[in-house]
Design a binder for this molecule. Structure first.
Ligand code: ZN
Length: 160
């Protein structure tokens, strides 16, 4: 598939959530769950600042979906996210049977930015979503949001 204007609205919301996370001391990531009718059903942002590094919004969405949506609803739902799912979240997304993923920036981009700023790699390999979950439909990156997401990542990196 390709990214259309309706997708861009939800991606922009994911980036707003990422900014909120950054301003609250968390890592700059946000995600939105949209059902087949186009309605936003759940959204969240990174909440790792208190020490639980698994509190990614995509993981929270998978848990929420498992508890609140039927399997058909999950299969036709779309998750929009400011940064591509990490392997943990890709696996959670696939295990609960969620549908398409659309991301603003890729893990490869984020890793390259951090490396260019002198950062060390994280503890988990930045595998593409489809390496972890080959059956998923995935779209991204969205070039119109790249500069904004990169700036959020830079601010988080410089904050340490
Ligand atoms: Zn994750």
């Amino acid at each position: 598939m390709s990214i259309d204007d309706a997708d861009r609205v939800h991606l922009a919301r994911a980036v707003v959530l990422a900014r909120e996370a950054l301003l609250d001391g968390d890592e700059p990531y946000g995600s939105v769950l949209v059902d087949a009718t186009g309605a936003v059903r759940f959204e969240d942002r990174n909440r790792t600042k208190d020490g639980d590094q698994t509190r990614h919004p995509e993981f929270e969405i998978a848990r929420w979906a498992a508890n609140n949506l039927t399997s058909d609803e999950r299969a036709t739902a779309v998750v929009y996210t400011s940064g591509e799912h990490c392997p943990m979240c890709s696996a959670a997304h696939a295990w609960v049977g969620l549908g398409r993923i659309v991301y603003a920036t890729s893990s490869e981009q984020t890793g390259a930015w951090r490396a260019s700023w002198g950062g060390a790699p994280g503890p988990v390999a930045a595998l593409p979503i489809q390496t972890v979950a080959p059956g998923l439909v995935v779209d991204g990156p969205e070039l119109s949001l790249e500069d904004e997401v990169k700036e959020l990542q830079r601010r988080a990196f410089e904050r340490g």
